[in-house]
Design a protein around this ligand. Structure first.
Ligand code: PGA
Length: 258
């Protein structure tokens, strides 16, 4: 069975004190109810990685993710953060290619491929994000878009790498809009993503790769999305900023494992 993952992407939110309070709330939720088949991730902003990693240290099934990393190992890149720095803070995962990075920071497939490879070199797990815009969906180009994002940004990493990655499908039109993909839309795309992975890396790897859904996932719709056969969890933005709501989304996933 595939590992289920509930991940909170805090984006550029929270002060230091607020971040620690939220992380402690998530830690309590994980301590209170857990399952060996469920991994909970929180992705705080860079300045809070080390402290939140300490909070998660003794909690099995709770890990820390960074929201991004630079594509070079080290050097004169003022203001940037490297994969090795992230690993040294105790984080285990890195979100790569979030649509906000692609759109606001001009990250293209070639850059994302470098980031993914570097992340793996430092034994961090990339959570590789893909998703189509509303215009692409309306013009029925959504499958084509997703296939191209996988083929250009992820698959060149090689088959061995594909055993270690997590994929997150996040339709751009659903992120932060309150309009989530319907379970049918999510399932259709997740099955397509798995089929693309199978074509590239074979049946076994495709069957094992966790594919998360992201985009206005909340306590109200999580259960119906997580009931889909190919939806292995959620990448949660807005609804991860409150420990109680995030805990309730986690519970929807725990219920599928009971
Ligand atoms: P949202 O964001 O849950 O606020 O829509 C999801 C994401 O961007 O990862």
């Amino acid at each position: 069975m595939r590992t289920k993952i509930i991940a909170g992407n805090w984006k550029m939110n929270k002060t230091y004190a607020e971040a620690l309070t939220l992380a402690a709330g998530v830690r309590d939720a994980v301590k209170g109810a857990s399952h060996p088949g469920l991994l909970t991730l929180i992705a705080p902003p860079f300045p809070f990685l080390a402290e939140t990693a300490k909070l998660a240290e003794d909690i099995p099934g709770l890990h820390i993710a960074a929201q991004n990393c630079h594509q070079e190992n080290a050097g004169a890149y003022t203001g940037e953060v490297s994969a090795s720095m992230i690993a040294s803070c105790g984080a285990t995962h890195v979100i790569i290619g979030h649509s906000e990075r692609r759109n606001y920071f001009g990250e293209n497939d070639a850059t994302l491929l470098k980031k993914t490879m570097l992340t793996l070199e430092h034994s961090l797990v990339p959570v590789f994000c893909i998703g189509e815009t509303l215009a692409e969906r309306e013009s029925k180009k959504h499958f084509e878009t997703i296939a191209a994002q996988l083929e250009n940004g992820l698959f060149p990493c090689g088959k061995e790498a594909m055993k270690k990655i997590v994929i997150a499908y996040e339709p751009v039109w659903a992120i932060g809009t309150g309009v989530n993909a319907t379970p049918a839309q999510a399932q259709e795309m997740h099955a397509f993503i798995r089929a693309c992975v199978e074509k590239n890396s074979g049946k076994e790897i495709a069957a094992a790769v966790p594919v998360l859904y992201g985009g206005s996932c909340n306590a109200g719709n999580a259960a119906s999305l997580f009931a889909c056969a190919d939806v292995d969890g959620g990448l949660i933005g807005g609804a991860s900023l409150r420990a109680d709501e995030f805990a309730s989304i986690r519970k929807s996933m725990l219920a599928t494992l009971a």
